[in-house]
Ligand binder design. Sequence first.
Ligand code: KG4
Ligand code: ZN
Length: 330
Amino acid sequence: MIVLGIETSCDETAVAVLEGNRILSSIVSSQVDLHAKYGGVVPEIASRSHVERILEVIDIAFAQANVKLNGLDAIAATKGPGLIGALSVGLVSGKALAISQNIPFVGVNHHEAHFFGAFLENDPPELPAVILLVSGGHTMLVFMQEFGKYKLLGQTLNDAAGEAFDKVARYLSLGYPGGPAIERVAQSGDPQRYEFPGPIFKDSFDFSFSGLKTAVIRFCKKMPEAKVEDIAASFQYCVADSLKDVTLRAARHFGVNSVVLAGGVGANTLLRNLLSVSCQKEGLKCYLPSKKNCTDNAAMVAYAGRWHLEQHPGNLMDGAAPNLRLEFEN
Ligand code: KG4
Ligand code: ZN
């Protein structure tokens, strides 16, 4: 089965062609340059840019995959959560192509698509697993029993992990997106130099990043002589170490052998290292998708779409749902 995936929930125009579990092409056209000077994503600019780029990105994905429009079996596009205008561009494009070929179309939940990121790798996770989804839009710990069956263990009560990276980077004038910027600067800083309040709780699996963000900003105001490198390194260590702690606690608590990392912050090298070392120590298998399968991409959307189409027919009525929530079991 050959599936075209389209992802336009935020600031990446992404299109992929998937055959079975094999990625034939996965193109990501980033709008970062357009939004950087505003220090964050401007929704109107994002929608317009998706409109300008989507057809070309689809063409490139077809060419790289050596697949033609009439060679597709199905189309999937992200339906939410995300920016309503941005989502609409991908959905409308996908539906139009599906109608033209009379093939099924399905809208996909962006968070669920991130869970599937690790399954695009050659060594897909064994289930059940605890998944740490850390992105710019959300942060959650999920118990995945099988495809489509998720239990929410904990989530952020305010900012997402990526949002904290972005806001702290913005305050430190390091540029946008903040995660990679902080990671770069932190390389020459001392991660133990300063201690910030961790974004997790002892008695739950929830997260709170806004207190940490405020603490870092307050600290910068009080200590203008502190080195940016040390602040970035200490902040990054605080986030990564806490995320590692809570994920391992959840894995132990729910007795799983697999830990899966997902979402854009999953591209962070320190987080990847801390997770993998700790999992190894505890005899757990740690699944770290390649960085391109952690950050927003359309291959994960195609994969999730295909799985849904195996369960039920497509739905051309799937519309943009900016606040879409994933269905969790109790
Ligand atoms: O999953 P993603 O690509 O888009 C959303 O669904 O939100 O995640 C984007 C977020 C941004 O906040 C970005 O700063 C963060 O992921 N990010 C990183 C790194 N690369 C991207 N955070 C920390 N370290 C990185 N290397
Ligand atoms: Zn994402």
